[in-house]
Structure formats: C-alpha cells, structure tokens
Design a protein around this ligand. Sequence first.
Ligand SMILES: Cc1cc2nc3c(=O)[nH]c(=O)nc-3n(C[C@H](O)[C@H](O)[C@H](O)COP(=O)(O)OP(=O)(O)OC[C@H]3O[C@@H](n4cnc5c(N)ncnc54)[C@H](O)[C@@H]3O)c2cc1C
Ligand code: FES
Length: 277
Amino acid sequence: MYRITERRMIVPNLHEFTVEAPAVAESVRPGNFVIVRPDDQGERIPLSVADWDAGTGTVTSIFMQVGGSTAKLARLKPGATIPTFAGPLGKETEVGRFGTVLCVGGCYGIGSIYPIARALKENGNKVVTLIEARSSYLLYWENKLAAVSEKLLVVTRDGTKGVKGHIDQIPGLLRTAGIVPDRVIVNGCTFLLMRVAQVTKPLGWKTVVNMNPIMIDGTGMCGVCRLSVAGKTKFACVDGPDFDGHEIDWDEFLARRKTYNPEEVDPLRRSSCRSHF
Ligand SMILES: Cc1cc2nc3c(=O)[nH]c(=O)nc-3n(C[C@H](O)[C@H](O)[C@H](O)COP(=O)(O)OP(=O)(O)OC[C@H]3O[C@@H](n4cnc5c(N)ncnc54)[C@H](O)[C@@H]3O)c2cc1C
Ligand code: FES
C-alpha cells in the first residue's frame, strides 16, 4: 500500500496529490507518468508526475476531478493509503540542449510541465514558460515555474491576469517578446495540445505534445492507448506519451477518446451519490 502525504485542492477542481513511493521517486524522469488505483475495486488511471523528492521518497501529481476515479482520489485524506501506484511509466520527455524552448502548460499540465522546464534549464536551454487558464483563480505554481524559466508568460481568457485571450495568441505574444522557439513542449488537456500544435504547424516550430488517451495497463499490452502518428500506429504508454503534435491524427484521437463516455457516467453518478454521505 502507498501512503498519501498530501491531497489538497489547490484551485477549484485541481488537486495536488503526494504519495510515498520511494522506488518511483528514485527513478522518475520528466514526462513520465504513474498508474494509480484509488481503491481495491477502482480502475487504473494514469497521472503525469509533476514533482518528486528522492530524499523523502515522495512523488507529486496534479489531478483534475473529472469522473469516478478522480472523485475517489479527491476524497482521500493525508495518511490514507492506495493499493496501486505503478511507475515510472512512459518514455521521458527529451530535455537535451535545443536552445530556446517554449514550455506550455494548462490545467494539470501547469504542474507536469514544471519538471520538464526545470530539466531543460539545468541542461542550459533558455526556457520560456507559458501557462494558460480560463481565469487567474485557476492558475497555480507560478513561483515554482518562474524560478526555472527565463520568462513566464500568462494568458487568461477573461484577462484577469497576464494577456487576455486564447492560446492562439502564442505567435503574437512571442513576436512581441522577441522570442523564436527552437522547440515547443505542451502538457495539459487534449484541446490545448491540439490547438497549440495547429497554431505552430504553419510556423514550422517543432511541437512535442504529451498525449493523454484512455489507458488500462500502461505497459503496451492492452492496446487501448493506440493513436496514429505520421500514419503509423503507436501506443502512447510505451512509444510516448510524447509525440510530434504535427504528425498526430487528431480527428481519430478525439473520436477514440469518446468511446467510453456512456459507461463513465455510471461510476461518476455512484461516486457523486456517495460523496453526499
Ligand atoms: C499519460 C497520461 C497522463 C495523464 N496525466 C494526468 C494528470 O497529470 N492529471 C490529470 O488530471 N489527468 C491526467 N490524465 C488524464 C486522466 O488519466 C483522466 O482524467 C482520468 O483517467 C479520468 O478518470 P475518471 O474515472 O476520474 O474519469 P472518467 O470517468 O474516466 O472520465 C470522465 C470524463 O473525462 C474524460 N476523460 C477520460 N480520460 C481522459 C483523459 N485522459 N483526458 C481528458 N479527459 C478524459 C472522459 O471522456 C469523460 O468525459 C492523464 C492521462 C494520460 C494518458
Ligand atoms: S495502456 Fe494498454 S497498451 Fe497502452
């Protein structure tokens, strides 16, 4: 069993979740993920690693409460235990020496882009980080990200912090700041990944997206996380989760993501009912 040392809502619907898992903390790399099960009957869900401390043997993720399993996780208190915390899984994000790297994070990806930005900076890159949210009250970890970035850019759709607008404004924002990225790395929800890839494609900026399909085993056996990249079948859990965003078949990806929506409603309803007692 794995003991939870922290589980708190840091902004509405997003939780910081820290678990004692010394073996994972010792070997995890930026871009890896873990597979978590909230209880013995629970399904296995993947969560990206957002930070770790090999000294205390702890690993931190940021999760968004969207359905049954994340609702169960959101009810756990520090000191509680979970039966599964498997990892580190997936290939690590490439953090070599590229020059100027734009790290983009939204939603849970504001957390998981952090170790990537940190490693890129340690390797001598000029790191520009851009975080985006609907409103300023949904932003977090700004100080942590500023500490590993040469520049931290903020975009909010309602203009309550940083530049008002949408992720589509990346090219204009960078032009104003005199920045031309040698690589763009994006972490967060699917729409953010897809939209950034669409915006950077005509500019020819290589864009790496951290894909988040439905997964079961996370080790390449079940085939559920299949996606098409440059016309070839890939499995996000073992071939990724990072891929070139310009080579992904986004239409197929979005269609596959909806496959289990009807089935997901029931566990969510059951879990919401329980949360009222
Ligand atoms: C490699 C990887 C890393 C991930 N990292 C994180 C992370 O760090 N933090 C985090 O909050 N989530 C992350 N996700 C997504 C997370 O695994 C799902 O949100 C989770 O499985 C949902 O489980 P659930 O039972 O709570 O919701 P479900 O009941 O399974 O789903 C509820 C709703 O969310 C949608 N949904 C399901 N899976 C996903 C998904 N992968 N992405 C977006 N929407 C989804 C469903 O279509 C449904 O509409 C990651 C996914 C992958 C593959
Ligand atoms: S999750 Fe089963 S093959 Fe990737």
